[in-house]
Design a protein around this ligand. Structure first.
Ligand code: COA
Length: 326
């Protein structure tokens, strides 16, 4: 049976790190509060002139170099982002130009923090049907430019970064075993950015009322996330007839350490089997899973034949998971 396999990964985070201590100087918060409620210590912030496609480019060239692939060999580019360079064209098309990937088709998908796994799911289907053979997936965000730095309930949470992966077909048992994607539009208001679209076109009103910034009902989102992710991970293992003990590494979306701890507890696995870097990057939405995956690979935390579970939850609301045999 033909399946997709991740043959390379890459990631990039802007140099500038913004610590909790620095945020203490901007708004009424503290390192102690942020650390206790979220596990975040610092996050990366893109430079004033840095764009989403630029971050995506740096992550992509690392992944391409890893598997000795030339950009013109790629036949599909999918970029998962909610903070693209501009509403259109797709950031994937701008990335295509930066890479000079002239033989690819390129498009974006918007599934917020679940975006990278959504992109994996789409790529997996294309590979399984033989439509495309060399796929570049990127999860990338420059959320810092969409944050209200006077809103302490959101600005402490998010960060910028990019992660990339190359997917290719394989006949072996190792590769993507399953992907699972879900959404519930009834809860779209939990996390959204109201301004700049057809509902609230940019105007003095939208700017004065800060509609161009991310709005979130954090506490309600938190509760739904914990409950949803607990079921998601168990269902994903069950679908693959795997016991939690057989899992080598859980790579959760890095939104909040308390959500990650709750999921690990539900699985009954110890934290040494869970990859965590939320302390360094905060919540980088669609970039979170591929950055974590790349860091786990480079740190030697993933070996051949390991079972890896990816899971994410975000705006939409959306949630998604994937089980991989490495
Ligand atoms: N510093 C200090 N106090 C803060 C604060 C901050 N940065 N942000 C909020 N507070 C205060 C609130 O004003 C509130 O004060 P009050 O009790 O006097 O009204 C109190 O802390 C509790 O607020 P609450 O929102 O209930 O906190 P919480 O424990 O739910 O933590 C989040 C807030 C945002 C960290 C948490 O809800 C969360 O992580 N939610 C999920 C976010 C998420 O994952 N979103 C994306 C999905 S991908």
């Amino acid at each position: 049976m033909l399946r997709a396999k991740i043959t390379a990964t890459g990631s990039y985070a802007p140099e500038r790190s913004l610590t909790n201590y620095e945020i203490e100087k901007i708004i009424n918060t503290s390192d102690a509060w942020i650390t206790e409620r979220t596990g975040i210590k610092e996050r990366r912030i893109a430079g004033e002139s840095q764009t989403t496609s630029e971050l995506a480019y740096y992550a992509s060239i690392k992944a391409l170099a890893e598997c000795n692939l030339e950009p013109d060999e790629i036949d599909l580019i999918i970029v998962a982002t909610v903070s693209g360079d501009m509403p259109f064209p797709a950031t994937a098309c701008i990335l295509q130009k930066l890479l000079d990937a002239k033989n690819a088709v390129a498009f974006d998908i918007n599934a917020a923090c679940s975006g990278f796994i959504y992109a994996m799911s789409i790529a997996n289907s294309f590979i399984q049907t033989g439509t495309y053979k060399k796929v570049l997936l990127v999860g990338v965000e420059v959320l810092s430019k969409f944050l209200d730095w006077s809103d302490r309930s959101t600005c402490i949470l998010f960060g910028d970064g990019a992660g990339a992966a190359i997917l290719e077909p394989t006949n072996s048992e190792n590769g993507i075993l399953s992907t699972h994607i879900y959404s519930d539009g009834n809860l779209w208001e939990f996390i959204h950015l109201p301004g700049g679209g057809s509902k609230n076109p940019t105007s003095n009103h939208t700017i004065e009322n800060k509609l161009h910034y991310i709005k979130m009902r954090g506490n309600e989102t938190f509760k739904v996330a914990v409950k949803t992710l607990e079921n998601l991970v168990l269902d994903t293992l069950k679908f693959n007839n795997l016991d939690p003990a057989e899992l080598s590494l859980l790579i959760p979306h890095q939104a909040n350490l308390r959500i990650i701890l709750a999921t690990a507890k539900r699985l009954g696995i110890s934290m040494d089997k869970v990859f965590v870097n939320v302390d360094k990057y905060g919540n980088t939405s669609a970039a979170s899973i591929p950055i974590a995956l790349d860091e786990a690979v480079r740190a030697g935390r993933i070996k051949k034949d390991d079972y890896i579970l990816l899971e994410a939850f975000g705006a939409g609301l959306t949630w998604a998971s994937s089980l991989i045999k490495w």
